[in-house]
Write a protein that binds this ligand. Sequence first.
Ligand code: DOR
Ligand code: ZN
Ligand code: ZN
Length: 399
Amino acid sequence: MSLLIKNGKIYRNSSLTRKNIFIKQGKIAKITSQNLKAEKIIDAKNKIIIPGLIDSHVHFREPGATHKEDFLTGSMAAAAGGITTILDMPNTNPPTTDLQRLEEKRQLAKKSVVNYGFHFGSTDDNIADIGKAKNVASVKVYMDFTTGDLKLDDYEILKKIFTSNKTVAVHGENENIIKALELIQHSKNHLYLCHVSSKEELHYAKRQKIKNKVFVETCPHYLFLTAGDINELGNFAEMKPGLKTKEDQKALWEGIHNGKVDTIATDHAPHTKEEKMQANYPYGVPGCETMLPLLLNALNEKRIELKKIVQLCCENPAAIFKIKNKGRIKEGYDADLTIIDLDLKKEVKNENLLTKCRWSPFDSWNLKGWPVMTVVNGNVIFSNGKINNIKAKEVQYHE
Ligand code: DOR
Ligand code: ZN
Ligand code: ZN
């Protein structure tokens, strides 16, 4: 199949140029001013085309909690949010902590309509499998409590995991971030700090930053909500780590501008409304459908540049996790593309969401700037509010 996307303003090498994208067999074959013949033609009508977003941190809940989400519904939400690749977390039930479970998850993920990859989980006795796990983005270490039962404390065990043959992705807060930074100093591995939420954590992460070794992720909820929002949203604004102060939020925005923040990822963590309303509610909020609209709205408010959005949501995740042929619009790369309309105004509405949990802490927010079409491996997966159920692929990594 060949596809020509014409009349788009293509984001490439930090600028926008009007070109046509010729796609063949799921790859960007040519970026050209010519009108090449193709089996299918899409008129981008002067809209901006960016690389499809890579969301390095989602919880799609398979296996074990498919009443909250599954690879199909989660990936539909991702596609509607302009995300063309997701990396799924291991705190499922059972957790993805041995080779057989990794294979099982690979099978389950085949229903995904966006490309997918996996973070491998760690326990106090799976170091051999961590070493053997193939084609995973990282080994994920839970150093603080959250959904699932994967928290690790033993320093000697942590030391082994931190010196395994994988990038180490950490769920941790406060002093455990300091512990993780200490552990990575004695290792040649990279450290990916998930969901950094406070000024202090950001300060520690980058004060000790050994060049190109420690990467910082933050999430939309820390950029657009603060602890004050819990008054109105209640448990629907409770996640781990929790929302912080305006001052922390300011530091994260500064981190985005000064390069201390490396990625923005959703930490898409759906739980049902019923579960969230219980006294012992679970932590987490969904985010795949709202991350890009929130960022594009911020762009319209001149709080962030398109260049930063592409860097933090496309280029950097691909580089940090060494994902092959993604994160840029480039000949030879996979045809994962997101067409955005910066003038489109729409309200976030719970009832319109595709995530199985069908709620968002951003319900009723009016946002200007939305993805209008998402192309995955050269297939139009999301357009005009509709999903095309075409299966995507597992990502591959450079060594
Ligand atoms: O709030 C959270 N929810 N934080 C996490 O780290 C995990 C996630 C989940 O899986 O529910
Ligand atoms: Zn976490
Ligand atoms: Zn998470």
